[in-house]
Design a binder for this molecule. Structure first.
Ligand code: SAM
Length: 341
């Protein structure tokens, strides 16, 4: 919501935004459920009558029709003479196998729905209602959704990242908390002389290996199972990437990661930190503040930091040539880069 309160035409305060916000999860849950039960996959081949959709999905006809109508209003489905069909948006991003498929990332949000319902518990107890280890190794199904969800997202965001950061001439990257390894793969594809090691927890690395193999660069992108706050980092890197990790760590944890990255870099080497960051002060942009709450709910030290603070921590650790760059809209990510003096 903006700083100035909304006014009705008669000049009274308009409560509309409050009501809209209080029911926003209705639309979310419609999308999450449609994605979960495979609605968009069912409609991928063309329009179907609602009775047929219900029969194919094993759902009840009356309830399915109500859901389909709501999906039409949300822009997820269109109502045609032949029946209900995917909207262009759903066909592009919600059909498994489509190049822009985001269903895994949406499944990850689906998994978090119940966790958001426990926001009060997190506020009162000071710890996340969901154990992080559930989706970083302990629960195979959740871990798979998490890693493939990161991969789907990184395929889109990564194209922007490799355009923002020129690694021409760099030889050895360490990708700290590299998850599926997607960024390493995209950087390696763009820079034929670049090799990368993807460091992550053992349960995640096992899935990253199959992703890296499927993307055809397993000869130059390898994995390293380890704890980024405890394990020794390999030396001889001229670039260290820390992407999507700072939002899981406290200021002390981030400063430790910066120091460890510095120690593993050759002189003149480059540190790239990428994440969703707020402005200084932490009250905007809106998505970044919501993301901070989401991380509070899913990681013990989870939250969100300001890119200006991260740049200051890097300067104090001995990095120079600090640069802050936003990703192109609508991506909420930002980069902070520096050179080991
Ligand atoms: C949000 S993901 C970011 C993945 C990837 N770098 C990206 O930007 O898409 C954070 C990653 O940190 C990993 N991670 C969390 N705690 C870790 C730890 N103590 N040691 C190593 N990796 C860890 C998680 O398994 C996860 O893959």
């Amino acid at each position: 919501m903006s700083d100035s309160p909304p006014l009705s035409p008669a000049g009274h305060l308009d409560p509309g935004p409050l009501m809209q916000l209080s029911t926003a999860y209705w639309g979310s849950q419609t999308l999450l459920t449609a994605n979960r039960i495979g609605l968009f996959e069912q409609l991928a081949g063309g329009a179907k009558r609602s009775e047929q959709v219900a029969a194919d999905l094993g759902t009840q006809p009356r309830e399915t029709l109500l859901l389909l109508k709501c999906c039409v209003a949300l822009g997820l489905v269109t109502d045609t003479e032949e029946g209900f069909a995917n909207s262009p948006l759903s066909q592009a991003f919600l059909v498994p196998g489509a190049p822009g498929f985001l269903g895994n990332a949406i499944s990850y949000s689906d998994n978090l729905y119940a966790t958001w319902g426990n926001l009060e518990q997190a506020l009162r107890e000071g710890r996340p209602p969901m154990a992080t280890a559930e989706y970083t190794g302990d629960d195979p199904q959740r871990t798979r959704h998490f890693v493939y969800g990161m991969h789907d997202r990184a395929l889109g965001i990564g194209q922007a990242m490799v355009s923002l950061v020129d690694l021409d001439g760099y030889r050895q990257m360490l990708d700290v908390g590299g998850g599926p390894g997607t960024y390493s793969v995209l950087f390696a594809r763009r820079n034929p002389d670049l090799r990368s090691r993807v460091m992550d927890l053992p349960g995640v690395v096992a899935i990253a290996e199959e992703i890296i193999e499927s993307m055809g660069v397993a000869d130059r992108v390898t994995t390293l199972a380890g704890d980024y706050l405890q394990s020794e980092y390999p030396s001889g890197n001229d670039v260290v990437l820390i992407s999507g990790v700072f939002h899981r760590e406290s200021e002390a944890g981030c400063r430790s990661l910066i120091q460890r990255a510095r120690d593993s870099l050759d002189p003149g080497g480059r540190l790239i930190v990428s994440d969703v960051f707020t402005d200084l002060g932490g009250t905007g942009p809106l998505f970044a503040t919501l993301f901070g709450v989401n991380m509070m709910l899913t990681a013990p030290e989870g939250g969100v930091h300001a890119d200006g603070d991260v740049a200051a921590w890097m300067a104090q650790a001995g990095f120079t040539d600090l640069e802050k760059k936003p990703f192109p809209d609508p991506m909420p990510h930002r980069l902070v880069t520096g050179i080991k003096a």
